[in-house]
Design a protein around this ligand. Sequence first.
Ligand code: NAP
Length: 308
Amino acid sequence: MRAIRLGLVGLGKIARDQHLPAITATNGIDLVAVASRNATAQSVNNYPDLTAMLAGEPDLDAIVLCQPPQARYAAALIALAAGKHVFLEKPPGATVSEAQALGALAAEQGVTLFASWHSRYAAAVSTAKGWVAANAPRRVRIDWKEDVRHWHPGQQWIWEPGGFGVFDPGINALSILTEVIGVPVRLVDADLDKPANRQTPIAARLMLETANGVPIHAEFDWRQTGPQTWDIMVETGGKTLILSDGGNRLTIEGIPQSIEHEAEYPGLYRRFVDLVRARQSDIDLAPLQIVADAFLRGRWHSTEAFVD
Ligand code: NAP
């Protein structure tokens, strides 16, 4: 079977750190071209933007979009309209309605749209999902606390409308939660802390609830220095599961579980290849909807100005 001929747009941090090595490691997909306003990649054809790449590479089958969310809709529209399969970095859009519109266009065009959630491919997530399915949860707590200066140096888009602020990492926790919990989750209440000089929150506290009434408390904070925290704790009647390190480590009833380490992005690319071959899409907007609901329903608190 011919390999999928892929073009990548947005040669920034996630493209270099994760996408390029994962594409190289995946059978059935070849990186043919890159579109970047500022950079070039080796051993592929380089173009200044997506339109030039599509014109220069009519044989491309698929496009992966690695820009910030604010730039992704316009590019996805161009790629889908050209009949290409599309792999979206997370989050799948700057708004829920634009992500829905892309899903409808992909269906109309008969091509694959993969709204990826990389954290769902962290090593311990599928084991945790199996345990939660067998042990009815009574209470869930999420702590996702990291140092924005370390992880997002100089990235201004995270502070602009559509950049999500602390929900840029927080949505990763919500993507794991909605995968593992197995039933719909609704937002009950939210408190959002926004630096006086910024457009997006630096911290947030959410109250959520599953469809069967299980309470979920989530705390996201971008001001944590020292050890970083990416933990989800699920309590059942007397037993506790802790999914830590962003879904990569698992402790059940105090016993660390032996989990084979596997990087997230090779799993994402295997999934994309399977979706394209099956002419299917994978678009789960539940994590994005929760963030949108927090912005709709939350109480806003002004906090100290943030200076990079
Ligand atoms: P980034 O390095 O700041 O930006 C990625 C690239 O997108 C830039 O290098 C630029 O590429 C292009 N770009 C930036 N601003 C743009 C704009 N306004 N219009 C058009 N293109 C623009 O960001 P990133 O950290 O890679 O994050 C990109 C996406 O990946 C985000 O949605 C993020 O949530 C997700 N993600 C990031 C990480 C991480 O660790 N950083 C992890 C997982 C997922 P060119 O110069 O090539 O045009």
